[in-house]
Design a binder for this molecule. Structure first.
Ligand code: PEP
Length: 274
C-alpha cells in the first residue's frame, strides 16, 4: 500500500464539472455543536436517498467529532463526504481536547473546516496557527476549507478588502503552489452568519471575486481552479441567486444544513448551476 499522501479532493471529486470555469460545485453543511450520533445517523439516512440522483456536486457534511466515524461508515460509497469542523496543527502532544490531522485521516474523514469565525472568536484560532494547519491537513490527505470574512464594523469602515487580504494571505502562506487548487475557501461575512441577513448577490460576488484575485497573487492557474464558497444564512430560497454568481462555486451552510430536506434542496440547486 502506498504511503504517499492522497489528495482528498482527488479522491472525492466527481468527474463531471459544472460550476464556473469547470470547477465542481461544492456544498458543505457545518452542523456546529448540533446532533447526537443517533441524530446524525437519522440525518444521513434521510439525505442519501435524496441526493442519490444528484450528479456533479461535491457534497459534504461536517458533524461534531463524536459523529464522524458513524457518518463516515454510513456515507461510505455514496457521494457524500464527511469533514471535521476543526483540528490542531501539531501531530501529537499535550493539547487536551484536540484532534490531529492524522487522527481524522485514519478514520477516512475527507477534510476539515479551518478558521471558522466561531473558532477564531471563541477558541482563539489564529492566523499563525492556520498557516500551519492548512499544509498539515493537505499532507494528511484532508481537504481544508479555509473560512474568511469581515465583521459588520469592518464592512462599515470600508475594511472588508483589508481583512480578506490579511486572512487569505496568512492562511495560504505555507501552502505549496501545486496544492493550492485543492484548498476550498469559504467567504463568510460574519454579520451574515446565523443572522438571517444574507449578503446581496453583488456583495457576495464582489468579495468572492476579490478572494479569487488574492489567490491569483499566489498562483494564477490555481485561482481558476480553487473553489470559493459563500457562507452566511444561505437557504433554499436564496441559494439559486448565490450559486449563479460567476465566482461562487458553492456554499458553506450552517443552520439550513441541519434539515436533510433543506440541505438536499440546496444541493439540487447547486447541481442545476444556481
Ligand atoms: C456558518 O456557520 O458557517 C454559516 C454559514 O452559518 P449560517 O448558514 O447558519 O449562517
Amino acid at each position: 500500500m502506498s504511503t504517499e499522501p492522497t489528495s482528498a479532493s482527488q479522491r472525492q471529486r466527481p468527474a463531471k464539472a459544472s460550476a464556473g470555469a469547470g470547477r465542481t460545485p461544492f456544498i458543505a453543511g457545518n452542523w456546529k455543536m448540533h446532533k447526537t450520533v443517533a441524530e446524525a445517523e437519522q440525518f444521513i439516512a434521510a439525505l442519501l436517498p435524496r441526493v442519490a440522483a444528484v450528479d456533479g456536486v461535491e457534497i459534504v457534511v461536517c458533524p461534531p467529532f463524536l459523529a464522524l466515524q458513524a457518518l463516515v461508515d454510513s456515507a461510505r460509497g455514496s457521494q457524500v463526504a464527511v469533514y471535521a469542523q476543526t483540528m490542531h496543527e501539531a501531530d501529537k502532544g499535550a493539547f487536551t481536547g484536540e484532534v490531529s490531522a492524522a487522527m481524522l485521516a485514519e478514520i477516512d474523514v475527507g477534510g476539515v473546516v479551518l478558521g471558522h469565525s466561531e473558532r477564531r472568536e471563541y477558541f482563539n484560532e489564529t492566523d499563525k496557527a492556520l498557516q500551519l494547519k492548512l499544509p498539515k491537513a493537505l499532507t494528511a490527505g484532508l481537504t481544508p476549507i479555509l473560512c474568511v470574512g469581515e465583521t459588520e464594523d469592518e464592512r462599515e469602515r470600508g475594511d472588508t478588502e483589508r481583512k480578506l487580504r490579511h486572512q487569505v494571505q496568512e492562511g495560504l502562506e505555507k501552502v505549496p503552489a501545486e496544492r493550492l487548487p485543492e484548498v476550498v475557501i469559504a467567504y463568510e461575512p460574519i454579520w451574515a452568519i446565523g443572522t438571517g441577513r444574507t449578503a446581496t448577490p453583488e456583495q457576495a460576488q464582489e468579495a468572492v471575486g476579490f478572494v479569487r484575485a488574492l489567490v491569483a497573487s499566489f498562483d494564477k492557474a490555481a485561482a481558476e481552479q480553487v473553489r470559493i464558497l459563500y457562507g452566511g444564512s444561505c437557504k433554499p430560497d436564496n441559494a439559486a441567486e448565490l450559486m449563479a454568481l460567476p465566482d461562487v462555486d458553492g456554499a458553506l451552510v450552517g443552520g439550513a444544513s441541519l434539515d436533510p430536506a433543506g440541505f438536499g434542496a440546496i444541493v439540487e440547486i447547486a447541481a442545476q448551476g444556481g
